[in-house]
Design a protein around this ligand. Structure first.
Ligand code: GZL
Length: 343
């Protein structure tokens, strides 16, 4: 009886994995596709804050199955210290390769040095890191797989300016002089996505001096926080001044849409809304004419992660960063594109 109890406890502990869920995903024996042995990857994911993140996690797990990679997966619940704990565990377990999405850009110098000292290659996925002055990412990160966040936001600006010049909202059009007031819901403060999208937006919108930012606050990439922030803006004296909302991801935009409707205004008409990701919820909102446009940010990175891991471990040449190829969707193409969307 005692042995059975111990065995069950060991099984439970192994299946639970690290903080917030995760654990060992092994697809049995055999070898990894493209290798002469089965490799072990430790993967530290930041959490499950958005539809996008869930799609990214599912892609990584499915690709590990497809490649027959033993995946030790950790969900950090948005906490950098949980990522550090998981990565140190991967080092202790002497995994073949580490994959991780840094929840924020900074604070990784020491742990990346530990990984380097352990001689384990590391793939940074989705969001980039910023190291101390004088240090190059390429000297610590073996490969980066993800989007160009700056480009995504620049596309969002161009979409907004074109729409305001050609269509406008229920109150005004952009004639080059009329002031267009913008509210911005930013992602997780300090994350590569928030930093890049803020930089890209600010750079591009500066070309249009009649566009004024009157609200800017983080909604932490979540629907709930996007709604809370928008509710507060809708109760403020400047509520009626908002012409355009830029949300740095679809989940915050969808939360904001709920708040705008609750305030008796028409999202997509009174307030023009552009966001980033192009998840299914955004397509639903565009078909309801409540979201005007979304700029695609591809979460289906799993196959590229596993293919790159195999190339690294086979000592084959790789390109350090292969930028994701991404489109954009609005009322002119969302309906036609929706059936073939994979996330
Ligand atoms: C972008 C990714 C962002 C998504 C959000 O690459 O890091 O994090 O845009 C997600 O939906 O939460």
């Amino acid at each position: 009886m005692k042995k059975l109890l111990v065995a069950l406890l060991v099984l439970a502990a192994a299946s639970y994995g690290f903080a917030g869920g995760g654990g060992q995903q092994s697809s049995g024996g055999g070898v990894t596709k493209g290798m002469d042995r089965k490799i072990v990857m430790g993967y530290s994911q930041i959490g499950a804050e958005s539809e996008w993140r869930t799609a990214c996690t599912n892609s990584v797990k499915a690709a590990a199955e497809e490649y027959n990679v033993e995946l030790i997966f950790s969900d950090a619940q948005q906490r950098q210290e949980n990522q550090m704990q998981a990565i140190r565990s991967f080092i202790r377990q002497k995994v073949d390769i580490i994959g991780f999405t840094p929840v924020v850009e900074t604070g990784w110098d020491a742990i990346l040095q530990e990984i380097k000292d352990a001689g384990i290659p590391v793939i940074c996925v989705d969001r980039q890191v910023t190291l101390a002055a004088g240090k190059r990412q390429e000297d610590y990160i073996t490969a980066f797989i993800g989007s160009n966040m700056i480009t995504e936001a620049q596309k969002a600006v161009q979409w907004v300016v074109n729409y305001m010049k050609t269509t406008g909202n229920s109150k005004k059009k952009d004639d080059g002089k009329t002031v267009i007031n913008i509210a911005i819901l930013e992602g997780t403060t300090g994350s590569g996505a928030q930093v890049g999208r803020t930089e890209g937006w600010n750079q591009e919108i500066a070309k249009y001096p009649n566009y004024k930012t009157i609200f800017r606050q983080t909604g932490n990439f979540t629907r709930a926080e996007g709604q809370q922030v928008m509710e507060a803006w809708m109760k403020s004296p400047q509520a009626n001044d908002i012409d355009v909302l830029f949300a740095q991801n679809d989940d915050m935009a969808i939360g904001a849409i709920d708040a705008i409707n609750a305030a008796g205004k028409k999202p997509g008409t009174d307030i023009i809304i552009v966001s980033i990701d192009a998840v299914k919820g955004a397509f639903d909102a565009m078909l309801r004419k409540e979201l005007n446009a979304t700029i695609e940010c591809n979460p289906l990175l799993g196959p590229q992660v596993m293919d790159t891991a195999v190339k690294i471990l086979n000592k084959q040449p790789i390109t350090w960063w292969v930028e994701s190829v991404e489109g954009q969707f609005d009322w002119t193409n969302a309906e036609a594109a929706y059936p073939s969307r994979q996330y």
